[in-house]
Design a protein around this ligand. Structure first.
Ligand SMILES: Nc1ncnc2c1ncn2[C@@H]1O[C@H](COP(=O)(O)OP(=O)(O)O)[C@@H](O)[C@H]1O
Ligand SMILES: [Mg+2]
Length: 646
C-alpha cells in the first residue's frame, strides 16, 4: 500500500477550496453570499450583473459602508469577519454573515477581485485579490465610488469536477434569479437591479410603503399572485407574522412561490412547512401547493441560525410556540376569507422601466380572473367600476324592478314602498341619474354598509340544475350550488362538533399498542391533550399503551395508526390535528351527503339564502375538497368578450 505520510497543515487555498464545497455550489450561491455581504454593509442599492448564467462573470455592486484599506488584506482570508467577536455575539447575531468564509471560499475556486471605498471621494479606493497557494492578498489603489464591487470570473476554473456540475446557462440563471427574488423580497427598503448578458431584467426601486411593496411583489411574482393573496399582520407573545398568503383557490402544481423569512433571512424549515400545511389542510385541493410570502420576526436570541453553512435552516428555542403561532395565525386568516371577498389591494401599476421578466408560466388555478380596479383600463372607462352610492341604489332599483317579490321577502323585514323602478334588466348596468326624490328607502341589507350590494349579488336564475347565476355590483357570479352548500353544512357541523364537548365512547375492548419508550413518554406527557380530544390513552407498561376511549364519530375507525400518527405529531410539533382531521373527514363525507344535490330546483329565495350563507361562512370560497365554489366575471371582462368599446 502507499507509504505513510506525515501530518501537514493544508495550504490556505486547498483549505478554502474544501470549505467552498459547502457554500459555493453554483453561481446562485455566489450571488447569495455577495448580496448578503452588501446587505450587511448597510447598502441602499444593490446591483447584480451576470454573463453567461454567472459561469463567466458575476458582479455585485453596492453603495454600502465599504472596507477600509487596513481591513482589506483580511477580507479574503478565512475566519476573518467584522460581524462577531465572541460566542455571545453569535447567539444574538443579526447580520446575515458571521462565519467569515464566503469571500475566502469563492476566491479559492474563481478569479475574485474586490474593489472598495469607505470614502465619499470617488477618486479614492482600493482593489484586492488573493494570489497563489497561500492566497496572499495584493492591495493596489483603484478609484471606486463609496461602496464595494466584487467581481467573480470563471467560476470553478481550477476545480474541473465542480465545473462539470454546472448546468446550462438558462438553468443556472434561473437559480440566480430565484436567489435574487428571495433577497429582493427580504428587503423592500433597498433598491435592486438584476442584469443578465447586458439586459436589465429587474429594476426595483426602494420603498417600504404598501403600494411600493405590492408593486415589487407583482414584478417579482406576477400579477396573479397579488390578485389572489390576502395580506396579514399578526403579533403575539413576542412573535410577529406578516406578509401575504395565497387564497386556497390560487394554488400551484409546484411548491414554488413559497417564501418564508425569519428575521429577514430566507429559510426552508420543516417545522414552518408543517405549520403552513396544516393551516391549508381542509381548504386546498389535493396535491396542490399554496403560495405565500411571509415574514416572521422573533428575538434573535431565541433562534439559532448557525445550524448549517448555507444558513437555510434555523432552530427555534421554542418550536412548539412558533408552530402554534404560525398555524393559528394562518388558519384564522384563511378562515376569515369569505366568499365574495378578496384581498384589498391598492391600485398597483407596473413599474414602467421594468423589462419583461423571465417568469415561468407554471399553471395556476385561479378562482376569479378579477382585475384590480383601474388596472389596464382604457382612459375614460374608470367610472363604471367605481362604486358610488348612486350606482348601488340604481342597481338595487333595477333588481327590485326585476324581482319585486323577492326583494321584499329577502331584504326588507317590513314592507317598504317600491320605488318607481327602471324599465328592465339593463337598468343596473347603465350609469343612471337618480334624483333624491325617487330614491327608495334603504333596504335592510345583511351588510354593514347599506349602500353596498352584497358581494355575491342577487340570484337571477338557476342553470341546468347545477349553477346559480347571480348579478353583482361588478358583473356576474356563477356559483356551484352543491359545492357551496357542502362547505356551509360542513363548517356548521364542525362548529357544533368541535365547539361543544366532543362526545366520546369507551371501547368495548380496549386496544393495546406496542410502543417505543419515546411514544410512552409522549403519551404520558400529553395525557391531557388526548383527553381533550376524547381519547383515553393509558400507559399499561414500559412498552405498552392502552386506548380505552375514542370519540363516537371514530368508533369504527382503525385507531392504532391514528394514535401513532398523533403521538408522532405531538412529539415533533407539540400539537396534533390528526384526530380533528379525521373527524373533519367524516363530517365532510356526511356534509356531502347532506347537501343539495344537482338537479334540485331552487327558488330565488333559496338561492339568495344560499348566497348570503356563503358570505357568512368561513372558507366558503372552496368546497370541502378544495374546488372553487364560485367564479366571477366583471362587466369589463364581458365587454372584452364582445369587443365593446374597442
Ligand atoms: N460588500 C461589502 N461591503 C463591506 N464589507 C464587506 C463586503 N463584503 C465583505 N465585507 C467584509 O469582509 C468580511 C468577510 O466577508 P465574508 O467572507 O462574506 O464573511 P462574513 O460575511 O461571514 O463576515 C465581512 O465580515 C465584511 O467585514
Ligand atoms: Mg458574508
Amino acid at each position: 500500500m502507499s507509504e505513510k505520510r506525515h501530518i501537514q497543515i493544508l495550504d490556505p487555498r486547498l483549505a478554502n477550496q474544501i470549505s467552498a464545497g459547502e457554500v459555493v455550489e453554483r453561481p446562485a450561491s455566489v450571488v447569495k453570499e455577495l448580496v448578503e455581504n452588501a446587505i450587511d454593509a448597510g447598502s441602499r442599492r444593490i446591483e447584480v450583473e451576470l454573463e453567461n448564467g454567472g459561469a463567466r462573470t458575476i458582479r455585485v455592486r453596492d453603495d454600502g459602508s465599504g472596507i477600509g484599506e487596513a481591513d482589506l488584506p483580511l477580507a479574503l482570508s478565512r475566519h476573518a469577519t467584522s460581524k462577531i467577536v465572541s460566542l455571545e455575539e453569535l447567539e444574538g447575531v443579526a447580520s446575515l454573515g458571521f462565519r467569515g468564509e464566503a469571500l475566502a471560499s469563492i476566491s479559492s475556486v474563481a478569479r475574485l477581485e474586490l474593489v472598495s471605498n469607505t470614502d465619499e471621494d470617488p477618486r479614492s479606493g482600493w482593489r484586492v485579490v488573493a494570489e497563489g497557494r497561500r492566497m496572499e492578498p495584493r492591495v493596489t489603489p483603484a478609484p471606486h465610488p463609496r461602496g464595494t464591487s466584487v467581481t467573480v470570473r470563471d467560476l470553478f476554473f481550477n476545480t474541473p469536477a465542480r465545473r462539470k456540475f454546472l448546468r446550462t446557462e438558462k438553468t443556472e440563471f434561473g437559480h440566480v434569479e430565484e436567489a435574487f427574488r428571495r433577497q429582493a423580497l427580504s428587503r423592500f427598503d433597498i433598491g435592486w437591479v438584476l442584469r443578465h448578458n447586458h439586459r436589465t431584467l429587474h429594476q426595483l426601486p426602494p420603498g417600504d410603503d404598501p403600494v411600493a411593496q405590492e408593486r415589487r411583489l407583482q414584478s417579482l411574482l406576477g400579477k396573479a399572485f397579488l390578485e389572489n393573496a390576502l395580506h396579514l399582520d399578526v403579533e403575539a407573545g413576542g412573535l410577529r407574522l406578516s406578509g401575504w398568503v395565497g387564497l386556497p383557490t390560487h394554488s400551484r402544481a409546484q411548491a414554488d412561490q413559497q417564501y418564508f423569512f425569519v428575521n429577514g433571512r430566507v429559510v426552508r424549515d420543516r417545522l414552518v412547512a408543517h405549520a403552513i400545511r396544516q393551516a391549508y389542510r381542509d381548504v386546498l385541493f389535493h396535491g396542490r401547493h399554496p403560495v405565500f410570502v411571509l415574514y416572521l420576526e422573533v428575538d434573535p436570541r431565541v433562534v439559532d441560525v448557525n445550524v448549517h453553512p448555507t444558513k437555510h435552516e434555523v432552530r427555534f428555542r421554542d418550536g412548539r410556540m412558533v408552530h402554534d403561532f404560525l398555524f393559528s395565525s394562518l388558519h384564522r386568516a384563511l378562515g376569515e376569507a369569505r366568499a365574495g371577498e378578496r384581498g384589498e389591494h391598492e391600485d398597483v401599476p407596473e413599474t414602467p422601466e421594468v423589462a419583461e421578466s423571465v417568469r415561468e408560466a407554471a399553471p395556476t388555478w385561479q378562482q376569479q380572473p378579477m382585475a384590480l380596479p383601474g388596472q389596464g383600463e382604457r382612459a375614460g372607462d374608470g367610472d363604471r367600476d367605481r362604486v358610488t352610492p348612486d350606482r348601488v341604489r340604481a342597481f338595487m332599483e333595477g333588481y327590485r324592478a326585476l324581482h319585486p317579490e323577492h326583494e321584499e321577502s329577502l331584504l326588507t323585514p317590513q314592507p317598504a314602498a317600491l320605488a318607481p323602478g327602471g324599465s328592465a334588466a339593463g337598468v343596473a348596468l347603465e350609469e343612471r341619474r337618480v334624483s333624491p326624490a325617487t330614491r327608495a328607502p334603504r333596504p335592510a341589507m345583511p351588510e354593514k354598509d347599506a349602500t353596498r350590494a352584497p358581494p355575491l349579488g342577487y340570484a337571477v336564475a338557476q342553470l341546468h340544475g347545477v349553477y346559480i347565476l347571480s348579478q353583482t355590483e361588478r358583473g356576474l357570479v356563477v356559483v356551484d350550488m352543491h359545492a357551496a352548500h357542502e362547505r356551509i353544512v360542513y363548517e356548521r357541523m364542525k362548529t357544533q362538533v368541535h365547539g361543544g364537548a366532543l362526545q366520546a365512547q369507551p371501547l368495548l375492548v380496549p386496544v393495546s399498542l406496542a410502543a417505543s419508550s419515546a411514544e410512552v413518554a409522549t403519551a404520558e406527557a400529553e395525557h391531557d391533550a388526548f383527553s381533550r380530544l376524547g381519547v383515553e390513552l393509558d400507559v399499561a407498561g414500559p412498552e405498552t399503551l392502552l386506548v380505552r376511549q375514542v370519540p363516537v364519530l371514530l368508533a369504527d375507525a382503525d385507531v392504532e395508526p391514528l394514535i401513532r400518527d398523533m403521538l408522532a405529531d405531538l412529539e415533533r410539533y407539540g400539537r396534533s390535528d390528526r384526530l380533528e382531521a379525521r373527524i373533519n373527514e367524516l363530517l365532510s363525507t356526511m356534509a356531502c351527503h347532506g347537501s343539495v344535490r344537482a338537479n334540485r330546483q331552487l327558488g330565488l329565495e333559496e338561492m339568495n339564502a344560499l348566497l348570503r350563507d356563503m358570505e357568512r361562512t368561513e372558507r366558503s370560497g372552496q368546497c370541502n375538497h378544495g374546488r372553487p365554489t364560485w367564479t366571477e366575471m366583471s362587466m369589463k371582462e364581458l365587454d372584452r368578450l364582445f369587443m365593446r368599446g374597442q
